[in-house]
Design a binder for this molecule. Structure first.
Ligand code: IFM
Length: 471
């Protein structure tokens, strides 16, 4: 293990009027994912994904919402790209729907699926917007789940095959490639608490799924590089700084286990090429380690060019709670999450902008030289248009501004951050919450599909164009 050092601070250009200027070339982006916006669930040969099945199962998603139509982006991608361009957005992180490429998760690529993403990418380039492609944002082909899903080792190999097909087709026009989005959610919300697709409650199996997701990532990295040698390849993880409620042994142990499961289980093997001893012990205790094969960790540790950091909030935790119902924390079901009394967004997440600074600096300290992109950060607020039709989402703007200031401080303190992708461009299907939680900087009227840029979109576009925050 390398020694940890604080990163060296850097001097950033001075902005006129005292604003916070970002380094030249900083990417100012927005992010979305396929199932959350595309709709067109049965168009052009698309197969069913676990989210189609889950959302159509009564009681799984609020209000019975599904992604069948979503924001109809499949039919409106030209218009959505033009809107990004008008706003001043410089980069767009989107995901490819695996079941559009391989409807059953195996076999040759469907050219109609590839064509959709090729057109999207070409249109982004025509507007001077940098594409950043994510291969897996949770929409596993249902046929693969029927064969065992992420609890089956074979799914990792199917993922690498899919990664190769997409990178062969788009590697000549996409530079930034992400393998997985938030494998914590795919593994633990999908297979432990079951609040996400495929809705399984199997704590030990969720750790097996986590390992296979990581293995799929590690197999996909060289598959992408083989087809697209100029690609920058990385993975996106969702980070939450974790603080113990007190110095008691029980609280510190709770913080250690939540940090292990949320942050280190995924980052450490990717960046170090091995599970540290304490992680191995946790896996062994909760799931056994029969599924860890010799050589797996080396595969998972295939060198990456960047780390995608998704950040929404942080945790304070205490030990000694009573496990109640299915939990997304395998082996930490007893941990209590302490209310700090911080303001919350409408989805109930505490707002802690400084947590983003702390998280970036921790990664910079523990993994020196690792380039990061903030691949998601944003807020759900149920803003509605005023009488004049404008959406004055001041709370969202304040959230974004405070987090961007935290990024700026981290960059000045030496964290290597290449860009920021705001979640999200459009109001969209917020998974188990359906359309009730609005994360977009562009309002979508889901009856008419009319898009209305909110005040936050105008503010953010201006920041992007100037490469700086106001003074
Ligand atoms: O909408 C999600 C996204 O799909 C993954 N990261 C968190 C967002 C907000 O919940």
């Amino acid at each position: 293990m390398t020694a940890e050092h604080d990163p060296a601070p850097r001097t950033l250009p001075q902005a006129p009027g005292g604003g916070a200027e970002f380094p030249p070339g900083f990417l100012w982006g927005v992010a979305t994912s396929a199932y959350q916006i595309e709709g067109a669930a049965d168009r052009d040969g698309r197969g069913a994904s676990i989210w189609d099945t889950f959302a159509h199962t009564p009681g799984k998603v609020a209000h019975g919402h599904t992604g069948d139509t979503a924001a109809d982006h499949y039919n409106r991608s030209e218009q959505d790209v033009a809107l990004m361009s008008e706003l001043g957005i410089g980069a767009y992180r989107f995901s490819v729907a695996w079941p559009r490429i391989q409807p059953d998760g195996r076999g040759p690529a469907d050219p109609r699926g590839l064509d959709f993403y090729r057109r999207l990418v070409d249109s982004l380039h025509e507007h001077g917007i940098e594409p950043a492609l994510t291969l897996y944002h949770w929409d596993l082909p249902q046929a693969l789940e029927d064969a065992g899903g992420w609890r089956s080792r074979d799914t990792a190999y199917r993922f690498a095959e899919y990664a190769h097909l997409v990178s062969e087709a788009l590697g000549d026009r996409v530079r930034i490639w992400g393998t997985l989005n938030e494998p914590w959610c795919a593994a633990f919300l999908g297979y432990a608490s079951g609040i996400h697709a495929p809705g399984v409650t199997d704590p030990a199996g969720s750790l097996v799924a986590a390992h296979h997701l990581l293995l799929g990532h590690g197999l996909a990295v060289p598959a992408i590089r083989a087809a697209a040698p100029a690609a920058e390849v990385g993975i996106t993880l969702n980070f939450y700084p974790v603080q113990a409620d007190s110095e008691s042994a029980a609280d510190r142990d709770a913080a250690h286990r939540i940090d292990l499961l949320q942050n280190r289980l995924f980052l450490d093997p990717v960046v170090r090429g091995a599970y540290p001893d304490d992680i191995r012990e946790h896996l062994d205790r909760v799931s056994g380690t029969a599924y860890l094969r010799p050589g797996d960790e080396k595969v998972i540790g295939a060198p990456v060019d960047f780390l995608g950091v998704n950040y929404y909030s942080s945790y304070r935790v205490a030990g000694g709670g009573e496990p109640s119902g299915p939990s997304p924390w395998p082996g930490a079901e007893d941990v209590r999450f302490v209310d700090r009394g911080l303001p919350r967004t409408d989805i109930g997440w505490e707002i802690d902008a400084d947590g983003l600074r702390r998280q970036l600096l921790r990664i910079a300290r523990e993994h020196p030289g690792l380039t990061m992109y903030i691949t998601e950060n944003g807020a759900a607020f149920d803003d509605v248009p005023d009488a004049d039709g404008r959406v004055r989402d001041d709370a969202r703007t304040a959230y974004i501004e405070s987090h961007l200031r935290a990024v700026h401080e981290a960059v000045a303190a030496g964290a290597e951050v290449g860009g920021y992708f705001l979640w999200s461009l459009l109001d969209n299907f917020e998974w188990a919450e359906g359309y009730g939680m609005r994360f977009g900087i562009v309002r979508v009227d889901f009856d008419t599909q009319v898009r209305t840029p909110k005040q936050s979109a105008l503010w953010y576009g201006d920041v992007a164009l100037r490469n700086r925050l106001p003074g």
